[in-house]
Ligand binder design. Structure first.
Ligand SMILES: Cc1cc2nc3c(=O)[nH]c(=O)nc-3n(C[C@H](O)[C@H](O)[C@H](O)COP(=O)(O)O)c2cc1C
Length: 143
């Protein structure tokens, strides 16, 4: 069974409210665990950037369900590739709260202060998510 990684960007829709994040993360935790899917979700009040990794069958299935979700729109796959190892095996869906640290990371990967994942290269988008992972691990160590 091949291991794949999918990266996509999307934009919140009019029906989205910031309370939805909690619900999205709880669905992701529950459903992704059942299908051995791991990953990372990043959110900056307007855009989502998400990575899903796991078997091709399960990643495709979860992605198609997410793509139908009315809480976001303009869903665009940035990268889809077969991988040898997972990068986010720590979490069924890792997430870092929107803090100053996250804003600084967005800035690091953006040409200006407007974070826009649609303009990122697949490598840049993936590197950003890896950086977010490092921040989460650091915060876990400090607490
Ligand atoms: C940006 C975004 C990311 C999401 N990520 C996941 C995910 O990783 N896994 C998942 O099962 N559902 C995810 N969802 C929610 C799904 O679209 C869908 O609502 C959910 O899977 C339905 O399952 P439930 O009835 O068990 O909540 C996401 C939704 C949005 C808007």
């Amino acid at each position: 069974m091949s291991l794949v990684r999918l990266l996509y960007a999307s934009t919140i829709s009019e029906t989205f409210s910031s309370n939805d994040i909690k619900q999205i993360l709880s669905s992701a935790e529950r459903n992704n665990a059942k299908q051995y899917v791991t990953g990372m979700l990043s959110f900056n009040r307007q855009y989502f950037l998400q990575c899903l990794e796991g078997s091709r069958e399960h990643v495709n299935e979860i992605y198609h369900r997410i793509a139908r979700d009315p809480r976001h729109q303009r869903i665009e796959i940035l990268d889809y590739q077969h991988i040898a190892i997972r990068s986010f095996s720590e979490w069924h869906m890792g997430y870092l709260q929107n803090t100053q640290t996250l804003s600084e990371l967005f800035y690091k990967y953006s040409p200006n202060d407007q974070f826009d994942p649609y303009r990122m290269s697949p490598e840049g988008a993936f590197a950003l998510l890896l950086d977010i992972k490092m921040e989460i691990l650091k915060a876990m160590q400090d607490s």
